[in-house]
Design a protein around this ligand. Sequence first.
Ligand code: PLP
Length: 440
Amino acid sequence: MRHPLNHPNLPLFQYQIREIVDVAHKLQQLDPTLQIEWENIGDPIAKGWQVPPFLKEAIIQEVQKRGDKVFGYAHSRGIVSAREWVVSESKKQCADSQLTVEDVLFTNGLGSAISALYHMLPRGVRVIQPTPAYPAHASTESFNAGKPPILYNLDPNNGWQPDIVHLEQQLQNNSEIVGILVVNPNNPTGAVYSREILLQIVDLAERYQTFIISDEVYYRMVYNETEFVQITELAAGRVPVIVMRGMSKDVPWPGGRSSWLEFHGAELDSDFADYAKGLKKRVTMEVCATSLPQYILSTVYTHPDFPIWIREYNRELESNGNMISEILSSVKELIVNRTNGAFYMMPLFREGVLTDRQTLPIANEEVREFIEKEVSVPGFTLDKRFTYYLLASTGICVVPASGFNSPYPGFRLTTLERNNEKRQQIYSRLKDAIEKYLQS
Ligand SMILES: Cc1ncc(COP(=O)(O)O)c(C=O)c1O
């Protein structure tokens, strides 16, 4: 007899960053003249950034120097020299760091680390997620728990810093929470957290005996005179922290699939140490993480051109983000927080300005029929409705805030568009479309 093969937790898996891409491709099939502006993409390479030459040189030299070894498996937790480099960096960033090579675990991108992190939590315990949230964390955590995510608010009226009062309420009301996820610099808001806020999170973690997961994949990408504060420094000797870092965004080498976890403060809590041990075992089942990026990790990050590259990259992202926030801030129905890190922004619609009757003109009849049918599905959120009309009417592709578990309607855009004129034109069109939609 056949057994059902539909996983009961599937509805908890949400990844609208990709869903909107499927819709855009469908619209292009219906109307091949529709030109899509991909303002949803978090991949610098896809947005036309060139890989710095020193990365390509490092790859070529490594293959020539080491020969076929770089094509083989690596140590299942990561090659020792790469882990040693991670340890030495960590000690530079936090003088009290107790990290050893045994506390570093390489994974196939942080995507694979995210799967492992939540998979290895014992049944019944939870990691509280920020909202709005990068959906891979919240979806994977709730899929494994078989329940909706437990969320704490990021506050759009306080530069998207975490709402500490709400976080504490949630910790009080949900004793199953064993960990707090922090994404800093943040996807989707572009916020970078202050020392004071991070200290308050560490205080709460200590008081409620939780560990912290700090996703820092964007930690080198901070600008607008904002400081990146090392949470390991604040938590040292007090709270265990899993730091998540990798090569996807800053080098940038997203296709390299090379990232790592650092287990800080495992000596502080035997339960956390057991969890870390379980995670290492789980990752070992993947045999090893991609080996070539690990071989060249320290060469790339210590290359004399790397600081020049990252300075230029940040300078351009700062200028792009500031231009976009200036254009969108002039729409009085939007709340816009400028981007200070990573390459995302999440403008919000003020309360009550969206309705389920607003539309934008769509020239192609088939496209219009498709969109009207899609948005009429019961439960279709108002911000998703806006992004569908925007896409069909202008070709501009952004992701609805509700796709990030956001309690507030809005949308997420990326600030990666390099061409000044094109960016100016896209965001002026976006501004006009918002005004037209709200007045329709
Ligand atoms: C906050 C955050 N964490 C993790 C990831 C996944 O990165 P990776 O390419 O290492 O899988 C992303 C990708 O966009 C991200 O934004």
